[in-house]
Design a binder for this molecule. Structure first.
Ligand code: ADP
Length: 481
């Protein structure tokens, strides 16, 4: 079975969030199940620079205002198709915006072009390659399914995966003529959305099947509170909606071999984590003591509940715990956290920025990881935490609810607890969860049993990949019916 995965990010080439981890890891997990994945990605400078050998497999004299080509290449074991369109992707800054974080004004054009190329490939644009399934990820790829639906690949089964419903790709109706779609597409059951054009909406409408990255989030997005305006459509399509929880790349996230750690360890050598804790203290200028260090590795945003964290910073420090925070995002939250670090020298360490290595060290040395998200489609950092014995303290929502077992008395007694959950997502409940963690931390045997239980969990992609493969097969039967 040949699957074309259409994605704006793929680890290790380009990553701003969990989406990249998923699209980077899934191909390998599916390979063992007889599913061959080719991944179409935009040719951002960081991607183009990593292509050593490439073969041009398709060319466009004009694609949304410039020449473009599709190159086939293999990088890090990934079978890539790269859309080389310098007028759209060869620019400094991030994948979606400039260095200041402001979105590129022509994002609609960039990702419409990208999506159109995916639809062309689905229709056979590349000699000798015809995907059986097209799997689109998030709004940047969603229009592929609309181009397929209104073009030549309407009979190719498709999957639309939502990694975060908050990012929808909504644009003014005035872009419609630039998309090159037939007039009939600008309709309520097409790409039209509240008077404008909705890229994700178009994909949700056109896809043969919809998935999101955890069962709880799949339920939550059917409600107005989490549906972000799309709950009506999602409910209409509920029979085609699946929640498949993400796995993690257990080769990259392995505390027994992780090169980013000061000391590697396993479930039977948890004491070795201490060297990592000492390294965190040095790196983040924290006092050295034996109390807990709670870490954060996160985008600093409202979604991630980082304002709730700043609200309880002082009381948490007053309990004697230390905080080690790595993140980047909203300027206001960055400022509030830095101010917290200045107020509590030696007790709160903050690194603003994106640092893959430090994110591993924090998981390998901190005692717990704090994830007070307001909503969380799946969440990966709690999964890394489980694997690294860095106990997750999480809001009970989305994928966090699905993957962490709360250390209530019954679960601790039965030896199945893996972390702490709290609800609702407010400062009071979060603070209470931290007090519960502090209390358990004073009992080293109980704490290490919590760590070991988390480390035992099967977080690999195997089970989830089986679910995707089963879904693909089901769609192929539907096509052939
Ligand atoms: P989201 O995709 O919503 O940001 P996830 O938990 O699904 O959240 O994935 C976040 C990914 O990004 C994880 O791999 C996490 O380790 C990583 N990450 C987030 N912030 C940083 C940072 N400042 N430095 C390094 N890695 C980060």
């Amino acid at each position: 079975m040949q699957v074309l995965s259409v994605t704006p990010e793929i680890f290790p080439l380009i990553k701003t969030g969990g989406l990249a981890d998923v699209t980077g890891a899934l191909p390998d997990a599916l390979a063992g199940l007889g599913v061959a994945t080719r991944s179409l990605v935009p040719g951002y400078p960081v991607v183009m620079n990593q292509l050593k050998k490439k073969k041009t497999v398709h060319q466009y004299p004009a694609l949304q205002g410039g020449k473009a080509a599709v190159h086939a290449a293999e990088v890090a074991g990934l079978d890539l198709l790269v859309l080389d369109a310098p007028h759209l992707f060869d620019r400094p800054g991030g994948p979606y915006g400039d260095a200041t974080g402001a979105d590129w004004q022509d994002n609609w054009r960039r990702f419409a072009a990208f999506s159109k190329v995916a639809a062309d490939i689905a229709a056979g644009a590349i000699a000798g390659y015809k995907p059986d399934i097209v799997h689109a990820h998030d709004w940047q790829s969603a229009m592929a399914l609309a181009y397929m639906r209104y073009g030549e690949a309407a009979n190719v089964p498709s999957v639309m995966t939502v990694h975060n419903l908050a990012f929808q790709g909504q644009f003014a109706a005035s872009i419609f003529p630039g998309l090159g779609l037939p007039q009939q597409a600008m309709a309520l059951d097409g790409i039209e959305y509240y008077g404008g054009v909705g890229f994700l909406k178009a994909g949700l409408q056109a896809a043969w099947a919809l998935t999101t990255v955890s069962p709880t989030y799949a339920q939550e997005i059917r409600s107005p509170a989490f549906g972000m305006g799309l709950d009506g459509l999602i409910n209409l399509r509920a029979a085609d909606l699946h929640g498949i929880v993400n796995g993690i790349d257990v080769a990259i996230w392995n505390p027994e071999t992780d090169k980013h750690l000061a000391a590697t360890y396993g479930a039977r050598s948890l004491k070795a984590r201490k060297a990592n804790k000492r390294a965190i203290e040095e790196r983040m200028m924290l006092d050295r003591d034996d109390g807990p260090i709670y870490c954060v590795v996160s985008r600093l945003t409202w979604q991630k509940g980082m304002d709730i964290l700043t609200a309880i910073l002082d009381p948490v420090v007053a309990t004697g715990a230390r905080l080690a925070i790595l993140g980047a995002g909203d300027a206001g939250l960055e400022g509030a956290l830095l101010a917290g670090a200045a107020r509590h020298r030696g007790r709160v360490g903050v690194v603003i920025g994106y640092d893959e290595g430090l994110s591993h060290l924090l998981q390998g040395g901190a005692d717990a990881i704090l994830i007070p998200s307001r909503f969380e489609p799946c969440g990966l950092t709690q999964l890394y935490g489980l694997r690294y014995g860095c106990v997750p303290i999480v809001a009970r929502t989305g994928g966090l609810a699905d993957t962490v077992i709360d250390a209530n008395e019954a679960a601790v007694g039965a030896g199945v607890a893996t972390g702490f959950q709290f609800a609702p997502e407010n400062a009071g409940a979060f603070h209470h969860a931290i007090l519960r963690a502090n209390a358990l931390y004073t009992d080293p045997a109980a704490w290490s049993s919590l760590q070991r239980q988390g480390m035992k969990a099967d977080l690999s992609w195997d089970r989830s990949a089986q679910k995707y493969a089963a879904l693909y097969s089901k769609l192929l039967s539907k096509r052939d019916a």
